[in-house]
Design a protein around this ligand. Structure first.
Ligand code: PAF
Length: 285
């Protein structure tokens, strides 16, 4: 695995791979890798000849009172995992390499980035879209793989790729879960004691909404109420939002008529977790 730290060297590597007619897949990460990331890397290998993983804890997507400084990092372990997954190149720029002094150009979406996660975390999606655009320009992949757990991020990255004409296919990988249903996330490392047990309620609530949906419930208020009651029964849970959105527009619905996503964001102490589930008649094959 080649370790590449500068944007220029990354672009040179990409150009030489492209000259050989090979397809590049990018898996962007902030490190502290878990099985969810590894499943995205395996998906990338299936669809491309060369796989690049970026590892960059992006300061621009953390708010001033968020966890940038304490975000979990274990670079040596990440590197071993990536070698075991036969990743071709690890792109790991420094913050100074990505954001030169005086940096003031951003990618900003003006509608969907303001609601839900965007409302709870002002500026978050501006940071995400900016860094993803910069990663696309550095790595020049044919496709990039993102997890479905960050559903609003995935929606916005697809929108950015389409509207800014990035010639890059955006591929979505399924959420990987612990045996009790908790979606894998680097932030799960913060959960201690009973909060860890209680965090599994998020998935149970989403599954209950799906069960009711499949029994014919289409009233979004009632579906949300059932999820809310279940989540708030966990003594350490604090609700941020529970919403049902139209998959095509990411706007909240009152009646579920077409493809929809149930989404929630819940705090356990200072740890904020998100999860979602597609409301579909049948499980994906
Ligand atoms: O999902 C993440 O880990 C990050 O938001 C991403 C896409 C790597 C951008 O920093």
């Amino acid at each position: 695995m080649q370790k590449i730290e500068s944007i220029q060297a990354m672009q040179q590597w990409a150009r030489s791979v492209q000259r050989d007619g090979k397809r590049i897949a990018l898996v962007p990460t902030m490190g502290f890798l878990h099985e969810g990331h590894l499943s995205l890397i395996r998906l990338a290998h299936e669809q491309a000849d060369r796989v690049v993983v970026s590892l960059f804890v992006n300061p621009k997507q953390f708010g001033p009172n968020e966890d940038y400084d304490r975000y979990p990092r274990d670079y040596a372990r990440d590197q071993q995992l990536l070698e075991a997954e036969q990743v071709d190149a690890l792109f790991c720029p420094s913050a100074e390499e990505m954001y030169t002094p005086g940096h003031s150009v951003y990618v900003e979406e003006d509608a969907v980035s303001r609601v839900l996660e965007g409302e709870s975390r002002p500026g978050h999606f501006r940071g995400v879209l900016t860094v993803v655009a910069k990663l696309f320009l550095a790595v020049q992949p044919d496709l990039a793989v993102f997890g479905r757990k960050d559903a609003q991020q995935l929606y916005l990255i697809r929108k950015m790729a389409r509207e800014l004409n990035f010639p890059i296919a955006i591929v979505a990988g399924p959420t990987v879960r612990e045996p009790d249903g908790l979606a894998l996330s680097s932030r799960n490392a913060y959960l201690a004691g009973t909060a860890r047990e209680q965090a599994a309620t998020l998935h149970r609530a989403l599954k209950e909404a799906l069960r009711l949906y499949r029994e014919g419930e289409r009233n979004a208020y009632r579906l949300r109420k059932v999820m809310m009651d279940m989540v708030l029964a966990a003594s350490e849970a604090e609700m941020d939002y529970i919403e049902i959105v139209d998959t095509a527009t990411f706007t909240p619905v009152t009646t579920v008529q077409g493809p929809a996503l149930a989404l929630l964001a819940v705090r356990f102490g200072s740890t904020r977790l998100i999860d979602n589930m597609e409301l579909t008649a049948e499980d994906a094959p």
